[in-house]
Design a protein around this ligand. Sequence first.
Ligand code: FAD
Length: 302
Amino acid sequence: MSPLSSLQSSDAPSVSFEFFPPKTEAMAARLWETVERLEPMAPNFVSVTYGAGGSTRERTHDTVRRIAQDTHLRPAGHLTCVGATKEEVLSVAEDYWQAGVKHIVALRGDPPAGMGEKFEQHPGGFRDSIDLIEGIREHRPDLGRCFEISVSCYPELHPESRGWDAEIAFLKAKQDAGADRAITQFFFEPEIYLNFLEKARAGGVTMPIVPGIMLQPNFKGLKRISGLCGSSLPGWLHELYDGLDEDTETRELVTANVAADLCRKLSDEGVRDFHFYTLNRAGLALSTCRLLGLKPNSAEAA
Ligand code: FAD
Protein backbone atom coordinates (compact mmCIF):
# COMPACT_ATOMS: atom_id res chain seq x y z
CA MET A 1 0.00 0.00 0.00
CA SER A 2 1.33 3.45 -0.87
CA PRO A 3 1.86 5.53 2.27
CA LEU A 4 -0.44 8.10 0.72
CA SER A 5 -3.30 5.88 -0.24
CA SER A 6 -5.22 6.23 2.99
CA LEU A 7 -5.24 10.02 2.88
CA GLN A 8 -6.39 10.47 -0.68
CA SER A 9 -10.06 11.28 -0.60
CA SER A 10 -10.62 12.85 -4.01
CA ASP A 11 -8.60 14.57 -6.69
CA ALA A 12 -9.56 18.10 -5.68
CA PRO A 13 -7.39 19.65 -2.98
CA SER A 14 -9.10 20.13 0.35
CA VAL A 15 -7.97 22.84 2.73
CA SER A 16 -8.38 23.80 6.36
CA PHE A 17 -7.34 27.00 8.09
CA GLU A 18 -5.94 27.71 11.54
CA PHE A 19 -6.65 31.01 13.31
CA PHE A 20 -5.59 32.40 16.67
CA PRO A 21 -7.96 34.20 19.09
CA PRO A 22 -7.61 37.99 18.86
CA LYS A 23 -6.31 40.06 21.78
CA THR A 24 -7.54 43.52 20.76
CA GLU A 25 -10.45 45.00 18.87
CA ALA A 26 -8.22 45.74 15.90
CA MET A 27 -7.04 42.11 15.85
CA ALA A 28 -10.64 40.93 16.17
CA ALA A 29 -11.63 43.03 13.16
CA ARG A 30 -8.82 41.47 11.14
CA LEU A 31 -9.78 37.95 12.22
CA TRP A 32 -13.45 38.34 11.28
CA GLU A 33 -12.55 39.88 7.94
CA THR A 34 -10.21 36.91 7.36
CA VAL A 35 -12.93 34.43 8.30
CA GLU A 36 -15.37 36.14 5.93
CA ARG A 37 -12.91 36.14 3.04
CA LEU A 38 -11.85 32.52 3.56
CA GLU A 39 -15.33 31.07 4.07
CA PRO A 40 -16.04 30.86 0.28
CA MET A 41 -13.05 28.52 -0.06
CA ALA A 42 -15.29 25.94 1.66
CA PRO A 43 -12.57 24.61 3.96
CA ASN A 44 -12.94 21.15 5.41
CA PHE A 45 -12.72 22.81 8.84
CA VAL A 46 -11.17 25.82 10.56
CA SER A 47 -9.43 25.65 13.93
CA VAL A 48 -8.68 28.15 16.67
CA THR A 49 -5.55 27.85 18.79
CA TYR A 50 -5.43 27.80 22.59
CA GLY A 51 -2.78 30.19 23.93
CA ALA A 52 0.34 28.83 25.61
CA GLY A 53 -0.37 28.01 29.22
CA GLY A 54 -4.10 28.02 28.55
CA SER A 55 -3.90 31.83 28.52
CA THR A 56 -6.58 32.36 25.88
CA ARG A 57 -9.18 29.95 27.22
CA GLU A 58 -12.10 32.43 27.11
CA ARG A 59 -11.02 34.09 23.86
CA THR A 60 -10.53 30.75 22.11
CA HIS A 61 -13.89 29.58 23.29
CA ASP A 62 -15.67 32.78 22.25
CA THR A 63 -14.03 32.75 18.82
CA VAL A 64 -14.90 29.11 18.17
CA ARG A 65 -18.47 29.60 19.37
CA ARG A 66 -18.96 32.67 17.18
CA ILE A 67 -17.64 30.85 14.11
CA ALA A 68 -20.12 28.04 14.83
CA GLN A 69 -23.02 30.46 15.29
CA ASP A 70 -22.36 33.08 12.63
CA THR A 71 -20.82 31.20 9.70
CA HIS A 72 -21.28 28.00 7.72
CA LEU A 73 -17.78 26.89 8.67
CA ARG A 74 -17.06 23.82 10.76
CA PRO A 75 -14.86 25.05 13.64
CA ALA A 76 -12.51 23.00 15.77
CA GLY A 77 -11.36 24.21 19.18
CA HIS A 78 -7.78 23.51 20.24
CA LEU A 79 -7.64 22.19 23.78
CA THR A 80 -4.51 21.65 25.90
CA CYS A 81 -3.74 19.98 29.23
CA VAL A 82 -1.88 23.01 30.56
CA GLY A 83 -2.84 24.84 33.75
CA ALA A 84 -6.21 23.18 34.31
CA THR A 85 -7.73 20.19 36.07
CA LYS A 86 -9.33 17.38 34.10
CA GLU A 87 -12.76 18.63 35.13
CA GLU A 88 -12.01 22.14 33.85
CA VAL A 89 -10.73 20.86 30.51
CA LEU A 90 -13.69 18.52 30.09
CA SER A 91 -16.12 21.30 30.89
CA VAL A 92 -14.66 23.28 27.97
CA ALA A 93 -15.25 20.25 25.72
CA GLU A 94 -18.79 19.97 27.05
CA ASP A 95 -19.40 23.68 26.34
CA TYR A 96 -18.11 23.19 22.82
CA TRP A 97 -20.52 20.35 22.29
CA GLN A 98 -23.43 22.43 23.57
CA ALA A 99 -22.42 25.24 21.19
CA GLY A 100 -22.48 22.86 18.22
CA VAL A 101 -18.69 22.50 17.98
CA LYS A 102 -18.02 18.84 17.25
CA HIS A 103 -14.29 18.88 16.53
CA ILE A 104 -11.41 19.23 19.00
CA VAL A 105 -7.67 19.49 18.36
CA ALA A 106 -6.36 17.65 21.42
CA LEU A 107 -2.91 18.71 22.59
CA ARG A 108 -0.67 18.43 25.60
CA GLY A 109 0.44 22.03 25.06
CA ASP A 110 3.62 23.89 25.83
CA PRO A 111 4.78 24.40 29.42
CA PRO A 112 3.47 27.64 30.97
CA ALA A 113 7.10 28.80 31.31
CA GLY A 114 7.38 28.61 27.52
CA MET A 115 8.53 26.32 24.75
CA GLY A 116 11.72 24.49 25.63
CA GLU A 117 10.95 24.35 29.38
CA LYS A 118 10.06 21.12 31.16
CA PHE A 119 6.35 20.23 31.03
CA GLU A 120 4.83 19.61 34.47
CA GLN A 121 1.46 17.90 34.63
CA HIS A 122 -1.09 20.07 36.49
CA PRO A 123 -2.12 18.39 39.77
CA GLY A 124 -5.45 16.84 38.83
CA GLY A 125 -4.83 17.57 35.15
CA PHE A 126 -4.24 15.39 32.10
CA ARG A 127 -0.75 13.93 31.60
CA ASP A 128 -0.48 14.36 27.84
CA SER A 129 -2.52 14.40 24.63
CA ILE A 130 -3.29 10.68 24.86
CA ASP A 131 -4.66 11.05 28.37
CA LEU A 132 -6.72 14.02 27.11
CA ILE A 133 -8.18 12.09 24.15
CA GLU A 134 -9.06 9.19 26.44
CA GLY A 135 -10.60 11.66 28.88
CA ILE A 136 -12.79 13.17 26.17
CA ARG A 137 -13.78 9.77 24.80
CA GLU A 138 -14.60 8.39 28.28
CA HIS A 139 -16.12 11.48 29.92
CA ARG A 140 -19.45 11.21 28.17
CA PRO A 141 -19.26 8.15 25.95
CA ASP A 142 -22.30 9.45 24.05
CA LEU A 143 -20.45 12.68 23.13
CA GLY A 144 -16.95 11.23 23.18
CA ARG A 145 -17.62 8.92 20.31
CA CYS A 146 -19.13 11.71 18.25
CA PHE A 147 -16.40 14.32 18.68
CA GLU A 148 -13.98 14.46 15.78
CA ILE A 149 -10.49 14.62 17.26
CA SER A 150 -7.36 15.91 15.55
CA VAL A 151 -3.87 15.71 17.06
CA SER A 152 -0.41 17.10 16.38
CA CYS A 153 2.57 15.29 14.89
CA TYR A 154 6.18 16.23 14.22
CA PRO A 155 7.85 15.29 10.90
CA GLU A 156 11.19 16.60 12.24
CA LEU A 157 10.62 15.18 15.75
CA HIS A 158 9.30 17.12 18.73
CA PRO A 159 12.09 18.77 20.79
CA GLU A 160 11.21 16.37 23.65
CA SER A 161 11.24 13.34 21.38
CA ARG A 162 12.82 10.10 22.55
CA GLY A 163 13.70 9.07 18.98
CA TRP A 164 11.83 7.94 15.88
CA ASP A 165 10.55 4.61 17.20
CA ALA A 166 9.09 6.27 20.31
CA GLU A 167 7.71 9.18 18.26
CA ILE A 168 5.83 6.93 15.83
CA ALA A 169 4.66 4.62 18.63
CA PHE A 170 3.34 7.69 20.45
CA LEU A 171 1.46 8.87 17.36
CA LYS A 172 0.03 5.37 16.91
CA ALA A 173 -1.07 5.47 20.57
CA LYS A 174 -2.92 8.74 19.85
CA GLN A 175 -4.72 6.98 17.00
CA ASP A 176 -5.51 3.99 19.23
CA ALA A 177 -6.89 6.39 21.88
CA GLY A 178 -9.34 7.73 19.30
CA ALA A 179 -7.66 10.42 17.18
CA ASP A 180 -9.16 10.78 13.70
CA ARG A 181 -6.48 12.86 12.04
CA ALA A 182 -2.98 14.22 12.67
CA ILE A 183 -1.84 17.67 11.58
CA THR A 184 1.89 18.19 11.19
CA GLN A 185 4.11 20.86 12.62
CA PHE A 186 5.24 23.15 9.78
CA PHE A 187 8.14 22.14 7.51
CA PHE A 188 9.56 23.47 4.24
CA GLU A 189 10.92 20.48 2.31
CA PRO A 190 8.42 17.97 0.85
CA GLU A 191 10.78 15.07 1.59
CA ILE A 192 10.51 15.81 5.31
CA TYR A 193 6.76 15.15 5.18
CA LEU A 194 6.98 12.22 2.75
CA ASN A 195 9.68 10.43 4.80
CA PHE A 196 7.66 10.98 7.97
CA LEU A 197 4.54 9.64 6.30
CA GLU A 198 6.39 6.52 5.26
CA LYS A 199 7.65 5.96 8.81
CA ALA A 200 4.18 6.56 10.26
CA ARG A 201 2.50 4.15 7.82
CA ALA A 202 5.17 1.53 8.51
CA GLY A 203 4.43 2.00 12.23
CA GLY A 204 0.73 1.29 11.77
CA VAL A 205 -0.57 4.87 11.68
CA THR A 206 -3.43 4.77 9.19
CA MET A 207 -5.27 8.03 10.00
CA PRO A 208 -4.86 10.99 7.61
CA ILE A 209 -1.68 12.98 8.28
CA VAL A 210 -2.36 16.48 7.00
CA PRO A 211 0.62 18.71 6.22
CA GLY A 212 0.63 21.97 8.19
CA ILE A 213 1.71 24.79 5.86
CA MET A 214 3.12 27.93 7.47
CA LEU A 215 2.13 31.33 6.06
CA GLN A 216 4.45 33.53 8.14
CA PRO A 217 5.98 36.41 6.17
CA ASN A 218 7.90 37.66 9.22
CA PHE A 219 11.10 35.67 8.74
CA LYS A 220 12.67 36.93 11.98
CA GLY A 221 9.65 35.60 13.88
CA LEU A 222 9.78 32.35 11.96
CA LYS A 223 13.45 31.87 12.89
CA ARG A 224 12.59 32.40 16.55
CA ILE A 225 9.81 29.79 16.71
CA SER A 226 11.42 27.25 14.40
CA GLY A 227 14.39 27.01 16.76
CA LEU A 228 12.04 26.25 19.64
CA CYS A 229 9.61 23.87 17.97
CA GLY A 230 12.14 21.79 16.03
CA SER A 231 11.25 22.79 12.45
CA SER A 232 14.27 23.39 10.24
CA LEU A 233 14.62 26.38 7.91
CA PRO A 234 16.59 25.36 4.81
CA GLY A 235 19.45 27.51 3.52
CA TRP A 236 17.50 28.47 0.38
CA LEU A 237 14.75 29.95 2.57
CA HIS A 238 17.28 32.16 4.40
CA GLU A 239 18.56 33.26 0.97
CA LEU A 240 15.05 34.11 -0.26
CA TYR A 241 14.31 36.39 2.69
CA ASP A 242 17.80 37.84 2.89
CA GLY A 243 17.69 41.66 2.84
CA LEU A 244 13.87 41.81 2.99
CA ASP A 245 13.50 42.76 6.67
CA GLU A 246 12.12 46.19 5.77
CA ASP A 247 10.17 45.08 2.68
CA THR A 248 6.88 43.61 3.87
CA GLU A 249 5.28 43.46 0.44
CA THR A 250 8.02 41.37 -1.13
CA ARG A 251 8.21 39.10 1.92
CA GLU A 252 4.48 38.37 1.55
CA LEU A 253 4.87 37.50 -2.13
CA VAL A 254 7.80 35.24 -1.30
CA THR A 255 5.78 33.56 1.49
CA ALA A 256 2.80 32.78 -0.75
CA ASN A 257 5.08 31.42 -3.48
CA VAL A 258 7.09 29.26 -1.08
CA ALA A 259 3.88 27.81 0.39
CA ALA A 260 2.30 27.21 -3.02
CA ASP A 261 5.47 25.57 -4.34
CA LEU A 262 5.56 23.24 -1.33
CA CYS A 263 1.86 22.39 -1.78
CA ARG A 264 2.32 21.73 -5.51
CA LYS A 265 5.24 19.39 -4.84
CA LEU A 266 3.20 17.54 -2.22
CA SER A 267 0.23 17.51 -4.57
CA ASP A 268 2.40 15.88 -7.27
CA GLU A 269 3.04 13.12 -4.72
CA GLY A 270 -0.69 12.60 -4.19
CA VAL A 271 -1.31 14.78 -1.14
CA ARG A 272 -4.80 16.29 -1.26
CA ASP A 273 -5.36 17.82 2.17
CA PHE A 274 -3.57 20.95 3.36
CA HIS A 275 -3.84 22.76 6.69
CA PHE A 276 -2.78 26.40 6.57
CA TYR A 277 -1.38 28.30 9.55
CA THR A 278 -3.00 31.56 8.41
CA LEU A 279 -1.89 33.86 11.27
CA ASN A 280 -5.29 35.48 10.69
CA ARG A 281 -4.24 36.89 7.31
CA ALA A 282 -6.67 36.20 4.50
CA GLY A 283 -4.53 37.40 1.58
CA LEU A 284 -1.72 34.91 1.99
CA ALA A 285 -4.07 31.97 2.45
CA LEU A 286 -6.20 33.02 -0.52
CA SER A 287 -3.28 33.52 -2.87
CA THR A 288 -1.76 30.18 -1.85
CA CYS A 289 -5.10 28.46 -2.50
CA ARG A 290 -5.31 30.18 -5.91
CA LEU A 291 -1.81 29.04 -6.79
CA LEU A 292 -2.93 25.53 -5.83
CA GLY A 293 -5.81 25.79 -8.29
CA LEU A 294 -8.56 26.33 -5.71
CA LYS A 295 -11.11 29.06 -6.40
CA PRO A 296 -14.09 29.95 -4.23
CA ASN A 297 -16.68 28.50 -6.61
CA SER A 298 -14.71 25.49 -7.69
CA ALA A 299 -14.04 24.76 -4.01
CA GLU A 300 -17.79 24.85 -3.38
CA ALA A 301 -18.41 22.60 -6.34
CA ALA A 302 -15.72 20.14 -5.23
P1 FAD B 1 2.29 15.39 22.62
O1 FAD B 1 2.16 14.94 21.21
O2 FAD B 1 1.40 14.80 23.65
O3 FAD B 1 3.81 15.18 23.08
C1 FAD B 1 4.85 15.94 22.46
C2 FAD B 1 6.04 15.06 22.19
O4 FAD B 1 6.61 14.61 23.41
C3 FAD B 1 5.75 13.83 21.35
O5 FAD B 1 5.73 14.12 19.97
C4 FAD B 1 6.92 12.96 21.76
O6 FAD B 1 8.08 13.37 21.05
C5 FAD B 1 7.14 13.30 23.24
N1 FAD B 1 6.46 12.41 24.16
C6 FAD B 1 5.59 12.78 25.14
N2 FAD B 1 5.18 11.71 25.82
C7 FAD B 1 5.78 10.63 25.26
C8 FAD B 1 5.74 9.23 25.52
N3 FAD B 1 5.02 8.70 26.53
N4 FAD B 1 6.47 8.42 24.73
C9 FAD B 1 7.22 8.93 23.73
N5 FAD B 1 7.29 10.24 23.44
C10 FAD B 1 6.59 11.09 24.21
N6 FAD B 1 0.28 24.70 21.52
C11 FAD B 1 -0.58 25.45 22.25
O7 FAD B 1 -0.24 25.85 23.38
N7 FAD B 1 -1.82 25.77 21.77
C12 FAD B 1 -2.26 25.35 20.56
O8 FAD B 1 -3.39 25.66 20.16
C13 FAD B 1 -1.38 24.54 19.76
N8 FAD B 1 -1.78 24.05 18.56
C14 FAD B 1 -0.94 23.21 17.86
C15 FAD B 1 -1.40 22.64 16.67
C16 FAD B 1 -0.58 21.79 15.92
C17 FAD B 1 -1.09 21.20 14.63
C18 FAD B 1 0.76 21.50 16.39
C19 FAD B 1 1.67 20.62 15.57
C20 FAD B 1 1.21 22.05 17.59
C21 FAD B 1 0.37 22.89 18.34
N9 FAD B 1 0.77 23.44 19.56
C22 FAD B 1 -0.09 24.23 20.30
C23 FAD B 1 2.13 23.19 20.07
C24 FAD B 1 2.15 22.03 21.08
O9 FAD B 1 1.37 22.36 22.20
C25 FAD B 1 3.59 21.81 21.54
O10 FAD B 1 4.37 21.30 20.51
C26 FAD B 1 3.73 20.96 22.81
O11 FAD B 1 5.09 21.04 23.23
C27 FAD B 1 3.37 19.53 22.62
O12 FAD B 1 2.00 19.30 22.59
P2 FAD B 1 1.46 18.00 21.81
O13 FAD B 1 0.03 17.80 21.99
O14 FAD B 1 1.99 18.02 20.45
O15 FAD B 1 2.20 16.93 22.75
